[in-house]
Design a protein. Structure first.
Ligand code: ARG
Length: 429
């Protein structure tokens, strides 16, 4: 309704004089819209897009005259573009273990270009890239924003920050005499502050650090805390000074607890989160970004993809626990994000996680909410993305089936629009 007034307010004289466009934009007709704000489905809607924004939503077509580009989505379900709060676009699912030693930063960047397009065409119009060699994710973001490369909106962390010998990059398989200091390595409160400043300087929009060991890093324990509380507080404090949010990688309970205490915005993995930490996360509004699908890939395809036995053993310990803790956290009312860790498993299959979330207690609506409005709030972009609303960016996807009945429909989307540009349309064709 609001939009009707705005559109009506464009004086016809301006249009006639060529000062306002007579070919205003795109109209999507006939789709059912899932409204995640109040959990309803609106049938047969008309959605208008001008430039990169949604400017009208209604059951009747009330738009000014002009040569609108019409797209018939009758019978399809239209949704906000999906987002993923944890991907690694420059990583490949078949490059694990020793194979990683063969990857140069530039080779990773080339993969990033390919994976960005795959990710967008899978319906993920926004991703947080939580860790990339060099600042390849930031350069990829720039190339996408400049229109040179096709891909999602990226919120990039640049280089993850981690302790000497920690999960974030530094624990290579190289012997001592061949060791390599990775870009994000920092020890002590002032060194970590410097890394936060450096990341900001080179374009990071979120800070990622590792607060425990990991599954895929040799010689790290998933239980062990990495960084003291003092160092974690320094990271978060410095990030706040620079207006950046903080995501922590953490599997074990102590690292998770300290990171929440330090005030991070999201805990990635959160595999062994205790009831006490869940309660504190609920109180503080900390988001939990629990990648509960990836375990299936690691345990079935991991060995062929180069994952070492040491890592497979860790995954066997943590996979099921993480799913149980996911259910506990969700039931306790924690803010749940959608983070998949795609890159460990194939890009473009991010959506496989939805059915896991449903298997472990969420309704399809709740699962999809995590990848739309919930993530948007975590990113601080809730005024721009995450729902189909007038004034928000025209990031929209559609599927021919009903994802509220079966979230697997989202594993093969049929229509993708980002910033008002259509990248895929297989509906009614
Ligand atoms: N990148 C993560 C790590 O190495 C992957 C963890 C995957 N496992 C899981 N259950 N979420 O720690």
């Amino acid at each position: 309704m609001k939009m009707k007034q705005i559109l009506a307010a464009i004086p016809a004289a301006l249009v006639a004089a060529g000062l306002a466009s007579a070919a205003p934009g795109t109209v999507l007709k006939g789709a059912d819209i899932i409204d995640f704000e109040d959990g309803k489905v609106l049938r047969g809607q008309v959605v208008a897009i001008e430039d990169d924004k949604i400017t009208y939503i209604g059951s009747e077509r009330r738009l000014p005259d002009g040569e609108w580009t019409e797209i018939d989505l009758t019978g399809a379900t239209l949704m906000p573009g999906l987002s993923d709060s944890h991907v690694h676009l420059t990583s490949g699912a078949n490059v694990h273990g020793f194979r990683r030693l063969t990857r140069s930063t530039s080779r990773a960047a080339i993969s990033g270009v390919v994976n960005a397009e795959i990710t967008l065409l899978a319906g993920f119009t926004t991703v947080r890239n939580l860790g990339a060699p060099g600042f390849t994710d930031i350069d990829l973001k720039k190339a996408i924003d400049e229109g040179e490369v096709v891909g999602p909106r990226i919120i990039g962390a640049g280089q993850s920050i981690g302790i000497t010998g920690g999960h974030c990059g530094d624990a290579t398989l190289l012997p001592y005499e061949a060791q390599r200091r990775t870009g994000g390595r920092a020890d002590g409160p002032w060194e970590v502050r410097q890394k936060v400043r450096e990341n900001k300087k080179y374009g990071a929009q979120v800070i990622k650090f590792c607060g425990t060991g990991g599954v895929l890093s040799p010689n790290t324990s998933i239980n062990a805390q990495q960084y003291s509380l003092e160092e974690m507080k320094a990271i978060v404090d410095e990030a706040r000074l620079l207006d950046l949010k903080v995501a922590v990688h953490a599997h074990g309970p102590r690292g998770i607890q300290s990171a929440i205490e330090a005030g991070v915005d999201s805990v990635e993995h959160a595999s062994m989160i205790t009831d006490e930490s869940i309660a504190q996360a609920v109180e503080q509004g900390t988001f939990l970004s629990m990648d509960i699908y990836v375990s299936d890939y690691i345990l079935s395809e991991g060995e062929a993809a180069g994952i070492l036995e040491e890592s497979l053993a860790k995954e066997r310990m943590v996979g099921r626990v993480q799913r149980e803790r996911f259910q506990a956290a969700f039931e306790a009312g924690a803010n749940m994000a959608f983070g998949s860790d795609a890159g460990v498993y194939p890009h473009g299959t991010n959506a496989r996680q939805f059915s896991k979330m449903v298997e472990w207690g969420m309704s399809p609506m709740q699962a999809i909410y995590t990848a739309t409005l919930s993530n948007a709030i975590l990113f601080g972009l809730e005024d721009e993305i995450g729902s189909i609303s007038v004034g928000k960016s025209a990031d929209l996807i559609a599927v021919e089936g009903d994802p509220l009945r079966d979230t697997r429909e989202l594993e093969d989307v049929d229509f993708v629009m980002k910033d008002g540009v259509v990248y895929l349309n297989e509906i009614n064709q």
